[in-house]
Design a binder for this molecule. Sequence first.
Ligand code: E4P
Length: 232
Amino acid sequence: MREKLSLPRLFADTSSIPEIERLKELGLIHGITTNPILVAKESNTGNPFGHYEELAKSFPDMPISIQLLDEDVPTLIQRAKSFAAISPNIVVKVPMFGDGRGLSVLYQLTREGIKTNVTGLMKAEQLLLALLVGRSQGPAYVSLFFNRIRDGGGNPTEEITRSRHLIEAFNFNSEIITGSIRGQKDVYEATIAGAHIVTVPPSVIWEMIHHHKSVEFIEQSQRDWEKLTQKL
Ligand code: E4P
């Protein structure tokens, strides 16, 4: 029997400040996720760290995930601390490296009380290990990658449901962020499967908002009203 679900929160999966500002006005966005690929699209100054500071300053009331790079464990820890020092709303995104570095880093950051988001998860078994590190209440966030799971031949909704079951059954505090969203149906499926949070590129939010028949209806209403009032 499936757990009773709650509606997910939406995060903006972008590092574009103007795009986040637009979405924030809609009252839909409760957090931001970035990764080096997204930052590379926005920051052409060669100073991504400056971009992170600007993001944190622009949206101090939202959790902002910033991803670590592919480095050795001591460097990862050092970098994680420098990210966390930018602002209290920064969440350090720890990649699930195939050689276990991610778990070592998670263990140390958890002990130091740094808020983390374990990223690049493709299956519930990886997520289970992230939950178990340090026998804590789990990292703040665990990120499953919807379309990358599908690209790899997996079933993203099944992995979300299995992961949510683990979290509920064993009383972890971690929240599942579903990322790698490419279309509006992915948001719906991630919601039904049990994601706590869906992080969505702005283009997909606008795709969800728009329907050509809604536009047609509004235009027709406006035209007919204007015709009517001209007669008065
Ligand atoms: C979010 O946390 C992820 O970094 C992002 O959604 C990955 O998306 P992609 O698979 O489209 O690169």
